[in-house]
Design a protein around this ligand. Structure first.
Ligand code: PGA
Length: 258
């Protein structure tokens, strides 16, 4: 299905205070002008403390950029010291929320069940989850990549109903490719993204699955994005390290013209 609108998202992780974040988005807006970014969704996911500043900047300068958050709590409010709710994020014009990133799964013990609760909260407040799935190197070497990713999808999406395909983005991110400089080959990435779509078809029916955008993530750079994005089941990229450079992120967004 060629009508899927590409979506390039920058996951800034725990980088950039709110002043640095403003600078980065201003520079990104400048560099985007040098590229063909039409017809794609461009998302930045700063830390919570920078969301308000970036919301203001996007609105004031009418930038072609949407706001994303990196995680969320499942409850709307309550005694959850340090947490941020989907209701709060929606009030800041956040449109996308990353859930189930492998760093959250590995470092903060998030299970598929926890991810499922977060994803439902994101939907409840009218935002779009970017659901991350991916296997470790051991799992890949043991030939379990497809099985692990399918299990993560089924667990994280248990009981979830989608009104339309636009209500979900899935990011396939092999854990061994994140922040390592080691990218999955475009063939391996395509194979797993196609497998993701197969599971989505089981869960939501083929028509919806055909419209859901599946991103690849893991050491995406200006030099490899084009080949990855040319694969039939890869509709976008979730970019970590390279999204911290305005030039590189603009080049990734503008990959079609080069
Ligand atoms: P990376 O991170 O691009 O630095 O590998 C990707 C991610 O963690 O989403």
């Amino acid at each position: 299905m060629s009508e899927r609108r590409p979506i390039i998202a920058g996951n800034w992780k725990m980088h950039k205070d709110h002043l640095e974040a403003i600078q980065l988005v201003q520079k990104l807006a400048y560099h985007l002008e040098e590229h063909d970014y039409e017809g794609q969704d461009i998302v930045v996911c700063p830390s919570f403390v920078a969301l308000r500043a970036i919301q203001n900047l996007i609105q004031a300068d009418k930038l072609p950029i949407e706001l994303g958050a990196q995680t969320v709590h499942a409850e709307d409010e309550g005694a959850f010291t340090g947490e941020v709710s989907a209701r709060m994020l929606a009030r800041l014009d956040v449109r996308y929320v990353i859930v189930g990133h492998s760093e959250r799964r590995a470092l903060f013990g998030e299970s598929d069940e926890v991810v499922n609760g977060k994803l439902r909260a994101v939907h409840k407040h009218g935002m779009v989850p970017i659901l991350c799935v991916g296997e470790t190197l051991e799992q890949r070497d043991a030939g379990q990549a497809v099985e692990i990713v399918a299990e993560q999808l089924r667990g994280s999406l248990a009981g979830v109903k989608l009104a339309e395909a636009q209500d979900l983005v899935v990011a396939y991110e092999p854990v061994w490719a994140i922040g390592t400089g080691r990218t999955a080959s475009s063939a391996d990435a395509q194979e797993l993204c196609a497998a993701v779509r197969g599971v989505l078809a089981e869960l939501f029916g083929q028509a919806i699955a055909d419209g859901i955008r599946v991103q690849y993530g893991g050491s995406v750079k200006p030099g490899n994005v084009r080949e990855l994005m040319s694969q039939p089941d890869i509709d976008g990229a979730l970019v970590g390290g390279a999204s911290l450079s305005s030039e590189d992120f603009a080049l990734i967004v503008g990959h079609r013209r080069r």
